[in-house]
Every structure is written in structure tokens, then in C-alpha cells.
Write a protein that binds this ligand. Structure first.
Ligand code: ATP
Ligand code: MG
Length: 674
């Protein structure tokens, strides 16, 4: 489960940590390509003029609306947007809505929101700002695609094929054996008639395709007469029932890019083998066309350049919409926007700011080689951004009541609170302090273990921004659980600082600093703590099924948490750093009077626990033997010889260090003979 709050070293006035300036990094390989294209004025690129004239780099993000976007898509969005921005160009959002059976309007709407959220802080997006290229739908090009398809039929570069998908697969051939189709050489007029019939709805699903006539013997199987159109009687979220033929990705994509005059069509590595096909389709359309339109087929169409880069992959994470949909359908998560999901809507709900994703993308860079990025880099990017931006607040997850017996009855004191030490402009606010507080239950131990520097009988701790308090006792309820801790406070420690030159007691350094909230000035709410959804670095690698690597109980709901009153007015999505606990945000399901928060991330990277070296312990008999004394002398020796806290120690077992300390003492104070 999520790590518990840690001992937090007290730093009284932490100053802002310096932000490293933007380091000049070498151009990535896509920028190199673009700069070459600018140098050759390809497509009239100048690289120096403002937008449009002649023109800047034009990119697009082309999701298929068959699910919500994930962090991998974010990399593509950031890359495409940033290139358009850097090279004075524009950025389009285009829905590749060519497969109606899996696409839905809610995904279209969700993707638009996600892309805007991500690009907004970069200076706008597809819809507004200086680099907005607009919103497009592949389905709005269907007529134009149909015209181009007819053109290829007439040019003898496409044919109607009656093989079913199974038959095509069976006739695919091998690298040494070409594929076959008995329909490849049918006259163009016949293909045209069949294509028109396909479009008119005269053929059932799967009975007929239009195929490109390329090369059945190509070593690149993508070129073995790929399918351009299939018959599919399906309702489309945008074009309704207008179409019953739908274009295949490879055919459609280059045309979409061409019609939008995209300069660099950036996609992931798995499309590298499709690039010859991408180029073939555009070249086939351009055959018989000329730049001035004097050719038999008219004016040359735009030919974008496809560039492939390596996908973003993260440890402990499953991407791909197909898998994410399955997680939702099987109830492994509560929905696409479950805060544990790697979807952009989940990440946003969890409280991760878009800037953290930008930072991650800058950090991992752009390459041609597949690699898996440590999720800790994303988590650290989130911490870095939130540390700068999140106001600090108090929250007690598991409250334990503290009563300060020497606090004047009814007095409320406003203590000053630095809103964000990393952002001096955020200033200060006040937080009410009273004689009745809540602290974290785990910050008190009636019988403290060794090394416990928080509150315990007799111990003194600092209450952050307020006072030092000393525990004078505690009370337990009928269940035996501690339900109240009694303390006194030291008025000289106001602000949580030991006054300079004060008496020896207050000047003493306190080791523990606790967060707290006044019992009379708090609101109650629920807080969700998350663990990683998967507990394997490569989910599914072990058994072939990622479901086997789901973390059991990766969500923990703390109820009855005592929250800073400032949260009452905070909007959904507002981030806070709760002292010592991490970064949190207000969930959209939050209601006035029923606040719900998500922990975005803990304050520090939780390093996997190293197995502790076994501590050698001694029974009283063993200890007595080691010390060369009689066992019945041991309790008296412990009483007399203990370092602080040793005296109350019940000598059931002694540690090696304790035995050593006693031996030292015995050496210095040899027992009287006899
Ligand atoms: P998934 O398999 O995860 O559903 P996809 O590639 O099928 O992804 P699309 O909607 O077709 O999803 O992708 C839109 C764009 O996002 C494409 O250009 C694709 O190459 C890119 N993309 C998808 N996954 C990643 C990733 N992990 N890293 C970077 N870019 C990605
Ligand atoms: Mg896909």
C-alpha cells in the first residue's frame, strides 16, 4: 500500500530550490529531418517566416476514436504540437474515424478535451492559439477518397476482389512464394461496376474488397495488393448510415494528410513498413498529374513525409486502448477515468498537471529505438511540477485527538503559514490553533520503539508552524485504543521555532515535526490513496495475462479525515501539498459536505524496502552470560546504566548495541567485589 508519512526533517524556513534553466539540447532526429527540409525549401518551407506564408511545419495528431487517450498518445500530441510551435507552423487534431464498429461519439468528445488540456499550457492547441490548425474528421474526406479510388481503378492500379478475408490470408504466400488473386487482371470497367455496387449496398459485409494493384511478390507484405476498401454495413457516429464501404487505414491516412497539407506525418515505429505503401498511394494518385494541372489527371496532390519514432512505454503500466477497455469492462478499474489508469482523463482526475507530462516528454526525448521508461521518471516529473505549484495545506488522515492542558480555555490563535516555500509570490496565510487538535494516529506511540522521534509520553515534538508540545499522558477507550493524548505547549516556541537563547529545554532540538489541525476548525472528508495498478515491472510478461499482475487493493479509502478548512472552497482539480503526506487533489465526485480527495503522489519516491539486516538480540540469560554477571543482577544494571530511555526498558531481549553499552558501563563502574 502507499507509504505512510515519513519522519520529516524539520526545516524551519525552507527556501525555494533553484529551477534549472532550459538546457540547450541537441536536435532530435525529427528536428534534424525538418531542418533539412527547411534547408531544401521542401513544400516551400522557409522556417523563418511567420505562419502560413509560404508556410510553416504542419503536423497533426490522428487518433482513432475507439477509446480514451493514454499517456503514450500524450507523447505524440506533445511532439506534434511542439514541432508546429518550434517551426512556426500549425497543429491539427484529426479523428481517424474509418472504423465505425469500434468508434463512439463519447470518445471523440473525450479526446478533444484531453488534447486541449494537454496543449493549453503549451500555448493553445488545435482550436485556438497561434498554432491552431483546426479539427478534422477523416470521414469528411470519404467522397474525395472515393474519387481517388475510382481514379486508381481507371489507371489500372486498383481492382475489385471477391476473395474473402480468409481466402486472402490463405493466398498470402511466403517470402519466396507470391500471393495470388484470380481477380487481379479483371478489366477496370468491371472493377468500377463492382466498386459502385459495393458503395450502393448491393454486397454483404466481407464479400468484396477494393485492392491496390501493386506487387503480389513484394518482400514487404504490405505491398501485396493491400485492401483499400471493405464492405461494412455499420452505423457511423458522424456520417450515420450514409456509407457502407469504409477505407482501410493505409489508403485513408496519406490522403487525409495530403488534403490537410501536413508536412510531417509523424507516427510510431510499427508503421515504418507501411511507409512504402503510404508513398505508393500518393504517387499512384499523382501519376498523370502535374503541378500546373496540365496533366491528364489534373493537379498534383500534396505529398506529406511520414516519419516514425519509438512509442512511449512505461514500466508497471499497460497501454493500448484495447487493454484499457478490457480493464474497464472486467471491473479491474472503476472506469476510463479511474485515477489509477494511465489514461489522460485518469491522470487528470488523479491531479497530475499537464506540465508534468511535458516534462516527462522532454526528459525521455524522441528516438527511433523502442525502450521502456521507468515510471518513477513520470512520478518524479509530477513531484517537480507540483512542488512548484501546489499550495501547502494541513490534513490528518487518521485523526487522534490531542488536548493541550495549559492552553488558555477558548483561545484561538492564528498561526502563520507559508503557502508555498517554492513560490515566494504565494505569500502567507493563517491557520487557527487551539487547545484541542488532531494529529496523525501513527505519530503517537504509547510505548515508542527505538528511533521513534514523534510523540510519546514525555517526548517533545514541533507542531508545524505552531508550537512545541510535550506529551504528559494519554487515555484509552474501551477498546484499549488510545483516544486522547494530553500535552502541554511551550509558549516560547511560537511559530514552531526554538527561540534563540531560551532555556536549555526549549533550545533543545526537537527531532519530530508533526502536522495537525485544530479540532474546532476542520472539515471532514474522504481521501483516496493509490498504489500502482500493477505490481510487475512488465505486466503480463510472467503469465501472458496482465490481469495476473494487478496489485490487490491498489486503492485505499481513508474516511473521517480532518481537512484544512481552506479546502471547503477549493475547486475540483485544485492541487495541494498536504504537509508530510504528499500531493492531493479534489475529485470531481466531491460534494459540499462530502469532500473527496485523491492522493496524486507521495512526497518522496518510495524506495522498495531493503530486507533489514537481522538484529542480533540477547535473552536476559544470554546477556548476563555475555556481561559475565549473574542474571538476577541484570535489571539493576539496566536501571543504573541505561542511555536515555534505557531505564524503562523491559529486559526481555537486549540488542547487541545495548549489551555493548552495558559492557562499557561495567568497565567504567566495576561491580564491588563480593
Ligand atoms: P493504442 O494501440 O494504444 O490504442 P493506437 O496507435 O491504436 O494506440 P491511435 O488512436 O491510432 O492509437 O493513435 C493516434 C496516434 O498516437 C498515432 O499516431 C500513434 O502512433 C500514436 N501513439 C499511440 N500509442 C503511442 C505511444 N505509446 N507512444 C507514442 N505515440 C503513440
Ligand atoms: Mg489502434
Amino acid at each position: 500500500m502507499a507509504e505512510p508519512p515519513h519522519e520529516h526533517p524539520a526545516s524551519d524556513t525552507p527556501g525555494p530550490t533553484p529551477t534549472p534553466g532550459p538546457a540547450a539540447r541537441p536536435l532530435n532526429f525529427i528536428e534534424q529531418i525538418i531542418e533539412q527540409d527547411i534547408a531544401h525549401a521542401r513544400w516551400g518551407l522557409t522556417g523563418t517566416t511567420g505562419l502560413g506564408t509560404p508556410r510553416g511545419v504542419h503536423t497533426r495528431f490522428p487518433p482513432e476514436p475507439n477509446g480514451y487517450l493514454h499517456i503514450g498518445h500524450a507523447k505524440s500530441i506533445c511532439l506534434n504540437y511542439s514541432l508546429a510551435k518550434k517551426y512556426h507552423g500549425r497543429f491539427n487534431l484529426r479523428f481517424d474515424d474509418t472504423n465505425p464498429s469500434k468508434e463512439e461519439q463519447r470518445y471523440v468528445d473525450g479526446i478533444k478535451a484531453d488534447v486541449s488540456w494537454l496543449t493549453e499550457p503549451l500555448g493553445g492547441g488545435f482550436a485556438h492559439g497561434p498554432h491552431a490548425g483546426g479539427l478534422f474528421l477523416a470521414s469528411s474526406y470519404f467522397e474525395q477518397m472515393e474519387e481517388f479510388a475510382k481514379e486508381l481503378i481507371k489507371k489500372g492500379k486498383a481492382y475489385a476482389c471477391q476473395l474473402t478475408a480468409e481466402e486472402v490470408a490463405a493466398r498470402r504466400g511466403t517470402p519466396a512464394v507470391p500471393a495470388t488473386s484470380p481477380y487481379r487482371d479483371r478489366p477496370p470497367e468491371e472493377s468500377m461496376r463492382l466498386f459502385r455496387e459495393m458503395k450502393a449496398g448491393k454486397h454483404p459485409d466481407g464479400s468484396l474488397t477494393l485492392r491496390a494493384r501493386i506487387d503480389l511478390a513484394s518482400p514487404n507484405f504490405n505491398l501485396r495488393d493491400p485492401v483499400m476498401y471493405r464492405v461494412l454495413h455499420a452505423h457511423h457516429h458522424s456520417t450515420a448510415d450514409k456509407w457502407c464501404i469504409y477505407p482501410m487505414y493505409d489508403w485513408a491516412h496519406g490522403i487525409e494528410d495530403s488534403l490537410e497539407q501536413i508536412t510531417h506525418s509523424i507516427c510510431t515505429l510499427e508503421f515504418e513498413n507501411h511507409r512504402p505503401l503510404y508513398d505508393w498511394f500518393i504517387d499512384a494518385i499523382n501519376e498523370g498529374r502535374t503541378p500546373d494541372g496540365s496533366g491528364p489527371w489534373g493537379t498534383t496532390i500534396w505529398h506529406s513525409r511520414q516519419v516514425e519514432f519509438a512509442k512511449l512505454q512505461l514500466t508497471y503500466t499497460v497501454l493500448s486502448k484495447r487493454n484499457l477497455l478490457k480493464m474497464v469492462q472486467t471491473g479491474a478499474v472503476a472506469g476510463w477515468d479511474d485515477p489509477r489508469m494511465p489514461t489522460l482523463c485518469g491522470i487528470r482526475r488523479r491531479g497530475v498537471p499537464p506540465e508534468a507530462i511535458h516534462l516527462l516528454c522532454e526528459d525521455v526525448g524522441v528516438t527511433k529505438f523502442d525502450s521502456v521508461i521507468d515510471i518513477a521518471r513520470f512520478e518524479n516529473a509530477t513531484r517537480t511540477v507540483l512542488n512548484k505549484s501546489a499550495p501547502r495545506a494541513m490534513c490528518v488522515l487518521d485523526p487522534l485527538r490531542v488536548v493541550i492542558d495549559n492552553w488558555p480555555a477558548g483561545r484561538v490563535e492564528d498561526v502563520e503559514f507559508v503557502i508555498n516555500p517554492e513560490d515566494p509570490s504565494s505569500g502567507k496565510r493563517t491557520l487557527p490553533f487551539t487547545g484541542e487538535l488532531f494529529i496523525e494516529r501513527e505519530d503517537f506511540m504509547p510505548e515508542p520503539s527505538k528511533g521513534f522521534h514523534r510523540l510519546a509520553p514525555g517526548a517533545q515534538v514541533r507542531l508545524r508552524w505552531a508550537y512545541f508540545i510535550t506529551c504528559t499522558g494519554f487515555e484509552t477507550g474501551p477498546d484499549g485504543k488510545v483516544n486522547l493524548v494530553r500535552c502541554t505547549y511551550d509558549p516560547a516556541t511560537r511559530g514552531g521555532n526554538a527561540p534563540p537563547g531560551a532555556d536549555a529545554l526549549t533550545n533543545k532540538k526537537v527531532k519530530g515535526t508533526l502536522h495537525w489541525i485544530s479540532a474546532h476548525h476542520t472539515i471532514t472528508g474522504h481521501v483516496r490513496l493509490f498504489d500502482r495498478l500493477f505490481n510487475a515491472e512488465a505486466p503480463g510478461e510472467r503469465t501472458g495475462n496482465w490481469a495476473d499482475d494487478l496489485t490487490p487493493d491498489s486503492i485505499k479509502v481513508c474516511t473521517g479525515c480532518k481537512l484544512d478548512p481552506i479546502l471547503a472552497d477549493a475547486p475540483v482539480g485544485q492541487a495541494f501539498q498536504f504537509e508530510r503526506l504528499g500531493y492531493f487533489t479534489i475529485d470531481p465526485d466531491s460534494r459540499p459536505g462530502a469532500l473527496l480527495l485523491n492522493r496524486t503522489i507521495t512526497l518522496k519516491e518510495s524506495t522498495p524496502e531493503k530486507p533489514k539486516a537481522a538484529v542480533r538480540t540477547y535473552t536476559p540469560a544470554e546477556a548476563a552470560h555475555e556481561l559475565k554477571i549473574k542474571q538476577d543482577k541484570l535489571p539493576a544494571l539496566i536501571d543504573a546504566a541505561g542511555p536515555a530511555g534505557f531505564a524503562e526498558r523491559n529486559p526481555h531481549h537486549l540488542t547487541l548495541d545495548e549489551v555493548r553499552a552495558l559492557r562499557q558501563w561495567l568497565k567504567a563502574n566495576p561491580p564491588a567485589k563480593g
